[in-house]
Write a protein that binds this ligand. Structure first.
Ligand code: ATP
Length: 347
């Protein structure tokens, strides 16, 4: 177990002008599960590889607990960092059994046998130790990869897109299983993913990255309730994002003016998002539009409403409605906006 701290980390690959990471500061607590989330090329894998010791930063320091593993005069090599890694393709040796894969490179003694039994039990592979990877399902192969990391009692476990080779159902099951194993072993774990739902499902805290920078760090709830800027909001799937202007307490955009409770005293140009649950179709609504499409999702009905802007453009809003509501494409509707379901950012 260990806390991890990255301070002012910058990284440029050989021959590249562009920084893969710029002045990254991160603090991960002992026993915490965090996820690096962001679009392709934002620097997630580079961050993981720097922590593992496969890459050297151009500047900055990395600390595990009180120990500096990277600073101006120190570079602790990967094998001495106490880091376990689980890769996207599991990186199992096809010609070795489950037992041999898990114990690869370890001393074959009594201690190993007892550790092996408890790890196999933990990852639910007891009885399968003589099988080869080709005789295992995708989920079982992933458990072998996890067992191989766990048996070495790492301070930190790094997971690079570990679920991307699994189909949707198994993905959800394995996510839950792996998180519960990590919590049982009280390991500190860092995942890399570009799937926002996955990040929210498994993490104590999520680190949203963009273009080599950290945009926001927070619990899934904090990030969902208050994405720091338009990039984070769009990346985690916010819809109904508009440009607007705040004057006194009035938020104006190209289709309406909304009286908001302006707690943060913002003014001037802003971006804002209306949560789909904040748009209500009702006969008393002050706005009007036409139903463009409806999709039934059991618990709710997703409705796209087309409306006309002040510049006579036709745009869409998405809202969630009671699934029992009888709404058809082409229906004219009135709707209102709940000011408490609006999130605002300075432009
Ligand atoms: P993905 O989700 O696609 O894996 P990522 O967020 O993990 O992306 P990185 O792989 O960390 O991103 O890459 C960050 C930046 O560094 C990218 O611009 C990438 O092209 C560049 N990069 C990564 N590895 C190398 C390398 N070995 N040599 C040169 N540039 C690299």
């Amino acid at each position: 177990m260990s806390s991890i701290e990255l301070k002012n980390i910058s990284k440029r690959y050989k021959g590249e002008k562009r920084y893969a990471l710029s002045n990254v500061d991160l603090q991960i607590k002992d026993g915490e599960i965090v996820t690096l989330l962001g679009p392709s090329g934002c620097g997630k894998t580079t961050t993981l590889r720097l922590i593992a010791g496969f890459e050297k930063p151009e500047s900055g320091t990395i600390r595990f607990g009180n120990e500096y593993i990277v600073d101006d005069n120190t570079f602790i090599p990967p094998q001495k960092r106490g880091v376990g890694m689980v890769f996207q393709d599991y990186a199992l040796f096809p010609h070795l059994t489950v037992y041999e894969n898990i114990s690869f490179g370890m001393k074959k003694d009594k201690d190993l046998s007892s550790k092996m039994q408890s790890v196999l039990h933990l990852v639910k592979l007891s009885g399968l130790e003589k099988r080869y990877p080709s005789e295992l399902s995708g989920g079982q192969q992933q458990r072998v990869a996890l067992a191989r990391a766990l048996i070495r009692s790492p301070k930190v476990i790094l997971f690079d897109e570990p679920f991307s080779n699994l189909d949707t159902d198994l993905r959800t099951t394995m996510r839950g299983e792996i998180v519960s194993i990590i919590k049982k072993t009280k390991s500190t774990a860092i995942f890399v993913t570009h799937d926002q739902k996955e990040a929210m499902a498994i993490s104590d805290r999520v680190i949203v990255m963009n273009n080599g920078f950290v945009e926001q760090i927070g619990t899934p709830k904090e990030i969902f309730e208050k994405p720091k800027n338009k990039f984070v909001a769009e990346f985690i799937g916010f819809s109904n994002i508009f440009k607007g202007k705040i004057n006194n307490n009035i938020l104006s955009c190209d289709f309406t003016d909304i009286n908001i409770e302006n707690k943060e005293n913002m003014s001037g140009q802003v971006y804002f998002s209306i949560k789909p649950s904040g748009i209500r179709i009702n006969d008393e609504g002050n706005l009007s539009g036409v139903v463009r499409s409806t999709s039934y999702f059991g618990d709710y009905l997703e409705v796209f409403i087309s409306y006309i802007t002040k510049d006579k453009e036709i745009l869409d809003l998405v809202c969630y409605e009671d699934p029992s509501k009888d709404l058809k494409v082409g229906d004219s509707v009135r709707f209102s906006i709940d000011k408490d379901k609006i999130v605002i950012w300075k432009e």
